[in-house]
Design a protein around this ligand. Structure first.
Ligand code: AMP
Length: 286
């Protein structure tokens, strides 16, 4: 595995690798790798003759007062994991390489970027779409792998790729969970033991919504109320949002009959966690 820190060097290494035939898969990450990241690397390995990954804690997607400075970093541990998963090229640029002084251009998916996490984290999705555009230009992957854990991010990137004619297929992989249901996240490392126990409330709320939906409840308002009740009953947890939206546009839905994304974000102590489930279309639709 080659570790590359320069964008130009990464571009030529990717071109050379593609020249050997077959497509190149890209797995963008911010490091502190867990099984969720590894599942994306394995999906890429299974579908692509060559795999590139990136490790870059993107300052543009963090707001003032967020956890950029203390985001977990373990370059050596991550490097070994990327290598063990058979990654050919690891792009780990310093911040000045991705955003040289004078860099001014931003990419935003208007309308979608302000929904869900975009409402409580202004500028977050714009930071994501900007860095992923740059990665797509540098790596020129045929396939790029993202997690359903960040469902809004995946929907926004799909739209960005379509709107800006990126010749890349966005592949979205299922959420990997801990045995008790907590979605894996690099930020779970921030949780103390009591917080770690409380953190399962996000998935418990989603499961409650899912049970009601399976029982025939289609009113988004009723489902949201039931989910919120579960979260607010948990001491030390503050709900940011629990919403029922269209999985493609992220617009709020009144009814779930055509399928819906149920997304939740909550602060467990000082740590902000997210999770989601997809409700499939019901047989009668509507
Ligand atoms: P991050 O390093 O947090 O930016 O995540 C890098 C990629 O891994 C993103 O596409 C995430 O959606 C994905 N990811 C993070 N956690 C999980 C998880 N628990 N299951 C599946 N994919 C995940």
């Amino acid at each position: 595995m080659r570790v590359i820190t320069s964008a130009e060097e990464m571009r030529s290494a990717c071109r050379a690798l593609r020249g050997q035939g077959g497509g190149l898969g890209l797995v963008p990450t911010m490091g502190a790798l867990h099984e969720g990241h590894l599942s994306l690397l394995r999906a890429a390995r299974a579908r692509c003759p060559a795999v590139a990954a990136s490790l870059f804690v993107n300052p543009l997607q963090f707001g003032p007062g967020e956890d950029l400075a203390r985001y977990p970093r373990d370059f050596e541990g991550d490097r070994r994991k990327f290598q063990a998963e058979g990654v050919e090229l690891l792009f780990a640029p310093p911040v000045e390489e991705m955003y040289p002084a004078g860099s001014r251009t931003l990419v935003a998916v208007e309308g979608m970027s302000e929904r869900l996490c975009g409402r409580s984290r202004p500028g977050h999705f714009r930071g994501v779409t900007t860095v992923v555009s740059k990665l797509f230009h540098i790596v020129e992957p045929g396939l790029a792998f993202f997690g359903q854990k960040d469902a809004a991010q995946a929907a926004i990137l799909r739209r960005m790729a379509r709107d800006l004619n990126f010749p890349v297929e966005i592949v979205v992989c299922p959420i990997v969970r801990e045995p008790d249901g907590l979605a894996m996240s690099s930020r779970n490392a921030y949780l103390g033991p009591a917080e770690r126990r409380s953190a399962t409330v996000l998935y418990r709320a989603l499961r409650r919504v899912q049970e009601l939906a399976q029982g025939g409840e289609r009113s988004a308002a009723a489902l949201v109320a039931a989910g919120r009740e579960v979260v607010t009953a948990e001491a030390g947890v503050r709900l940011d949002y629990l919403e029922v939206v269209d999985p493609d546009t992220l617009e709020p839905l009144a009814q779930t009959g055509r399928g819906a994304l149920v997304a939740v974000a909550a602060f467990v102590g000082a740590t902000r966690l997210i999770d989601n489930i997809v409700l499939p279309p019901s047989p009668a639709g509507g």
